[in-house]
Design a protein around this ligand. Structure first.
Ligand SMILES: Nc1ncnc2c1ncn2[C@@H]1O[C@H](COP(=O)(O)OP(=O)(O)OP(=O)(O)O)[C@@H](O)[C@H]1O
Ligand SMILES: [Mg+2]
Length: 369
């Protein structure tokens, strides 16, 4: 016999799991008053890129290691929140006819079809309306439309079901990033920021204007691109290239380069020379995003850039981006405004940005207003 569910037992808690290419990040946030506190966190290494892992390998590693974490930490909640990004998800800004939320929910498949390059029956759809606009004399709603292939979402869900967990939200990295930014920004601050989460295989770029994401893109210049450039230029294996990347700086100023030369630090020079073109490619992608944002309204401008993700730890990357883009660039710590967040070293905290943004979500909170 199946017992009815008891609403007074319903847990609002959930753990957030960010399944990254190089590591799995788990964050368990609890509400305390108007603030969040960090109940648990974990960073589980998966791959340094030296061995090619199949999706099945990744699934097995995730199931085993998350299972171990849950058992060890005695986590009571079964609710889990996770996300997808990169090629797995399509985000489009579209203007739909003015409809109520309920009406759009009913007709979304029909309305979304022209914007989705897949069979509409094979995708999960989500939307978030930003506000009304007038176009060609008609009242329309500016809407963020999100689509992901059902099989991709299902493969995420399967991992958690295998662990006896209950996936309550599968979000998109870029929106989790916006949440993490919001959590750490004074509500009175009005600004436009470029949020850049630089991971191992993907970089999420979002331009957020007064807390509303206006541009959302994923590009594939990220940590692995730096490692591969070192590997190619220094003719070494992936593991060595990865170690060299962690050890050396991007040389930005003429003085830094001259000093390194004078000290005869050949390896440091070689590494910087190898990775500078990758940093330049990243700059081009950031410029492209900013240009796109400004092209929609020339009065727009950017106040600052926040970089996060593991690759934000690349020494001097902030300085390089700032010099090239001519905007202030800061490394973003998603736990700055979270009780207990100070116990996490900053170079670890940057890896947790997506997981922190996911950890703030709760059931029935589809996409935050
Ligand atoms: N000190 C450092 N200097 C340079 N790169 C670093 C440093 N520390 C970590 N990284 C890089 O950060 C990347 C991992 O970051 P992160 O955990 O955000 O990625 P991920 O979430 O696993 O990957 P993805 O988001 O692409 O799926 C790796 O490429 C790693 O080499
Ligand atoms: Mg990531």
């Amino acid at each position: 016999m199946k017992l009815p569910s008891f609403p007074f037992f319903k847990s609002k808690d959930a753990i957030a799991v960010d399944l990254g290419a190089s590591s799995i990040k788990i964050v368990y946030l609890k509400h305390s008053g108007s603030k969040y506190s960090l109940a648990r966190w974990e960073l589980i290494p998966v791959s340094d890129g030296s061995v090619e892992l199949s999706p099945q390998d990744r699934k097995n590693i995730a199931t085993t290691r998350i299972g171990e974490f849950l058992a060890r930490e005695k986590i009571a909640t079964k609710n889990v929140i996770s996300s997808i990004s990169g090629n797995q998800v399509i985000v489009r800004y579209v203007k739909f006819p003015k409809l109520s939320y309920e009406e759009l929910t009913k007709t979304i498949q029909f309305e979304a079809e022209p914007y989705i390059p897949f069979d509409i029956r094979e995708v999960n759809l989500g939307f978030h309306t930003l506000g009304d606009v007038i176009e060609e004399g008609q009242k329309k709603m500016e809407t963020i439309l999100v689509a992901a292939k059902k099989e991709v979402v299902q493969s995420r869900i399967d991992i958690f079901n295998d662990l006896g967990l209950r996936p309550i939200i599968i979000d998109v990295d870029a929106f989790a990033l916006t949440n993490a930014y919001e959590l750490n920004t004074d509500p009175s601050v009005m600004e436009t920021v470029v949020l850049i989460n630089i991971g191992a295989s993907v970089t999420n770029i979002s331009i957020v204007e007064n807390r509303i994401p206006r541009v959302v893109r994923d590009v594939f210049i990220s940590g692995n691109s730096f490692t591969k450039a070192i590997q190619r230029n220094l003719a070494c294996d992936t593991k060595t290239a990865e170690d060299l990347k962690l050890r050396h700086n991007l040389l930005v100023t003429v003085e830094e380069k001259e000093k390194t030369l004078a000290d005869n630090q050949k390896e440091a020079l070689q590494v910087s020379t190898a990775i500078t073109p990758v940093a330049r490619d990243l700059v081009a992608e950031i410029h492209r995003s900013i240009d796109f944002y400004i092209s929609q309204n020339p009065d727009r401008s950017i106040n600052r850039i926040l970089i996060t993700g593991g690759s934000a730890n690349l020494k001097n990357l902030d300085k390089y981006l700032s010099q090239e883009i001519k905007l202030p660039v800061e490394v973003f710590n998603p736990l700055k405004n979270v009780y207990g967040g100070e116990t996490v070293p900053e170079n670890f905290a940057t890896h947790l940005s997506i997981a922190v943004g996911l950890g703030m979500r709760r059931e029935n909170d589809i996409i935050k207003k």
